[in-house]
Design a protein around this ligand. Sequence first.
Ligand code: FES
Length: 205
Amino acid sequence: MANDEVHKPVNTGRRRFLTATTAVVGAVGAGFAAVPFIKSWNPSARARLAGAPVTADISALQEGQRLILEWRGQPIWIVKRSKAILEALPTLDSRLRDPLSQNADQQPAYVLEANPELRSLKPEISVLVGLCTHLGCSPEMAAEIRPEPFDPEWKGGYFCPCHKSRFDMAGRVFQGVPAPTNLVVPPHHYADDNTIVVGVDPQGA
Ligand code: FES
């Protein structure tokens, strides 16, 4: 069950990261790659991610499962992490490029307040933009703690087959891979215990 996906409206195959988010709203799958890449428009990560919110009910999400939404033309992953995964995250710090998420472009500050190694509002629920920070492929989830061909010490995480970047279950990038930064955590908050709103910061944040 570790790699199960509850809902998968987004093709998780290779895709290009498009900064022209206003042009690709509603474009999914094959149509995604057909939209021209607009190099001249390069807003900040926060501005790029601003947009209409998307709401998700996570009451049925089980440990090791991933819910995939689309928000502003980007895949948004909502993953429920097990206690074992949460305990493993701090043990990875020495192998990571930015273990405490000091690059402020990659997440809102409020997800670091409780525990910077988890990068989440609730410990068990991780919310990430599912696009590799190298060239924008969508990494594969390998959520189980077990040796993998790409890492014999694997503690669960995401593997980008495009150029072999690796991220842990908090979206933190490993050292020695092409991806320069951690995966982006989008702005989000909980409307109630089981309802996530992606695209809007918590009140007062
Ligand atoms: S796009 Fe992910 S490693 Fe290059």
